[in-house]
Write a protein that binds this ligand. Structure first.
Ligand code: ZN
Length: 160
């Protein structure tokens, strides 16, 4: 059985605060099947485009995420421990599993801790030497006075 659908970031209250706005698309496809051992499995494929804040220029950048996971329904912690490593246990106390919560979990885990624009406009604006900087979290690049100097240096070179 295959189920597919789409969600909006506003549907996912744990994900939403990590985003730079409520727009974005989340497409979900779940394939339910049983393996040779009789386990109930769900292949979860999420394709999302989510707005987050670029840590370099602080404008919005779209993060493209495509987490994939193989979930296995288990009923006890013991069963969870016995699962092969590639299967992610989903503890199922009753028949009902909140699939959207699983999707949300996957997206929260897939979001990188820092996001940056990859297009040159962002780099030109704030890191004119074009070096991909690993900006430390506690030192925002925008306040670096040396970047002004770097801009001037580059202007000199861009004559022809
Ligand atoms: Zn940027």
């Amino acid at each position: 059985m295959r189920v597919s659908g789409s969600l909006r970031p506003a549907d996912l209250p744990r994900l939403l605060p990590l985003l730079a706005g409520t727009r974005g698309t989340i497409a979900v496809a779940i394939d339910f099947h049983r393996d040779d051992e009789g386990r109930f499995l769900a292949s979860l494929a999420v394709d999302a485009v989510l707005p987050v804040e670029c840590q370099r220029c602080l404008e919005t950048v779209d993060e493209v995420l495509a987490p994939r996971s193989e979930l296995a329904a288990v009923y006890t912690d013991e069963q969870a421990r016995q699962l092969p490593a590639q299967l992610e246990p989903v503890l199922t106390s009753d028949e009902e599993v909140d699939l959207w919560e699983l999707v949300e979990e996957e997206l929260v885990l897939a979001l990188p801790p820092f996001s940056y624009h990859s297009d040159p406009a962002c780099i030109d604006r704030l890191a004119p030497d074009g070096v991909q900087q690993e900006a430390p979290a506690e030192a925002p690049a925008r306040d670096n006075p040396f970047e002004v100097l770097a801009t001037l240096k580059r202007d000199r070179d861009s004559g022809e």
